[in-house]
Ligand binder design. Sequence first.
Ligand code: TC6
Length: 693
Amino acid sequence: MQINSVAQLDVAGGIATLTLDSPPVNALSAAVRDGLDQGFRAAIEDEAVQGIVLICAGRTFIAGADISEFDKAPTGAPLHDVLALIEGSPKPVVAAIHGTALGGGLETALVCDYRVATPSAKLGLPEVALGLLPGAGGTQRLPRVVGAEAALEMMAIGKPVRAKDALAMGLVDAITGEETLHADAVAFLKARLDTPRTRIRDRTDRIAGQDPALFHAFRAKHARAFKGFKAPENIIKAVEAAVTLPFDAGMKREAELFWELFRSRESAAQRYFFFAERQTAKVPDLAADLPEIPVRRVGVIGAGTMGGGIAMNFLNVGLPVTIVEQAQEALDRGVATIRRNYQVTVDKGRMTAEQLEQRMALLTPSLEFEALSAVDLVIEAVFEKLSLKQEIFARLDKVAKPDAILATNTSFLDVDAIAAATGRPESVVGMHFFSPANVMKLLEVVRGAETDPQVVAAAMAIGRRIGKVAVLSRVCDGFIANRMMAPRMAAAQALILEGPLPWEVDQVMLDYGFPMGPFAMLDLVGLDVIGWDAATSSSSSVVEILCEMGRWGQKKGGGYYDYDEKRRAAPSPIAEQVIRDFAAKTGVAQRQFSDAEIVARLLYPVVNEGAKILEEGVAIRASDVDVALVYGYGWPVFTGGPLFWADGVGLAKIADALEEMGHTPSPLLRALAEQGKPIHQYRSVAPVGRVVE
Ligand code: TC6
């Protein structure tokens, strides 16, 4: 019997099966909640029914509340009522889980009497990633099933568990066959029709006598990871309520804590980010049915830090890589570094020695450029010098297969000028990785003026295949992420001449939520590599003076900070003196700055740069810019990224402040401020010859 557009009820042999079918992920939309409500009512009323199986069609069990409905007026049966109906069913209910039972999906399974799952299923309460807590009883029921400690881990960290672990924890009652979920669930239920039932809400065996020290220890253990986020703390409080209060009082507490989060800017930012991340894959002028360019073998030119890290991405997903260097020594060093990096993972117990060998066996080191003749994708990762890259691409043009994708990992050079060195600029694309390339999630795909759409699509797809979030950029100096952050660096360097010291500026950025401040970052990268030239150095900036003194950063034991042998940083009196002297020499007035002023000085110019990037059509949409900054620079996700954050501050306020600081606000920023429109929803409006939506 068809219940509604997404639910169907079938009765056979005394068992009712309610099947939900709401692609793509059976999220708990109004239709799904109505389907559950009416379906369960019908099954409960039907006298022929002795037990009920809840199952989903398509790729997954219910993957959670429908996040796209969160900011709309509520319609349909309320989730709490639906869950109360299922929990109060006079007939036993089993949730038959495949794919992912997440968030509200797992909470639905927790009001059933039993849960069975396929071996490949995953179960989790990942609401924390949306700045929320499981607000449909998850915080109260999960601890009653798996205990407070495991519940905290699952909810405050948000990582789903595999079926086999869920079985060990008591979260699922049986593992079914991969292909026989329904039949196995029916058999499981039939065997238990006469078994006395205990609802999870009535259980106390896993939570009675919980030592409150657990919560202090948990907070302390994760203090760093939770900094700036509101949801983990509310989750901990909700679990404290679960172990100390009766069920109904705990539910009330959960609701208060949920709504506090729901109304927070942090959660709004994280919900925005959820969709922003998924939007990046959508490139409006690339037809969905573009023929795919298969990538089976990869070549990497350059076995330095970047080249090695890039190669690891492909080895990790089982793709053979040929890595080419000019000299045996550099090649050996590069290969040894890759092996050493994997060994660290093995030592941490996250990889087996056998897997390490399997990955290394996929790597072919070579000194011959010709070794690249068989690969489908080549990524060049040599020194950042245009003439060198052009020379390499001219050589590559002669050896690469006719349909090979020729990618450059340049971080700021003109991809079109590199492409022009070949006879096939349509095959050339930028694939800009962030260091460490095997870790950082961002991949900027840089589309040249002549890059074939198929090549763009292939580069985006391969990015996803290696687990990156691929963001599309047009050619410009620094592309999206580096170009956005350049003004922050410039502002920071100017600011330290006016009073605030590097470590004070860094601290304000840490408090904002960045993993590292600009000066600690400069010391890490090396002051010498950001454009210092010993031959032309003329003591005309603090960076130059520090470099002339040999204070190149961490590697020299000192830069803006002093470092001990374990590379622990301490504010440097020497650097402070250099800064003070330079400020005096150049006559810069000193004054006090509040933290808010420091934030404005450093980050408003970043917002301005973002507006310029959108005006020029370098990025397709504002949310892509936010994603690039979060994944490329660790911009705190609870702000939503620079442009979402800017809307919270107010565009008019930012534009006015920029003017006061001596910057020219971009016309787009001014226009949006005057129209009262948010920037984070902005989509590029197709300047001539650029992206068309
Ligand atoms: C919750 O439950 C709160 C409860 C409290 C109640 C009071 N809603 O990721 P994919 C879309 S909070 C709406 O590319 P995958 C997604 O936008 C929720 N839409 O696929 C995309 O759409 P597009 C807790 C959703 O196979 C499409 O589905 N649950 C939702 O790589 C495919 O998604 C979560 O946080 C949703 N809940 O991964 C789970 N989920 O094609 C969030 C997905 O138009 N979801 N979409 O772009 C996930 O983690 C993953 O989507 C996945 C599938 C593992 C389910």
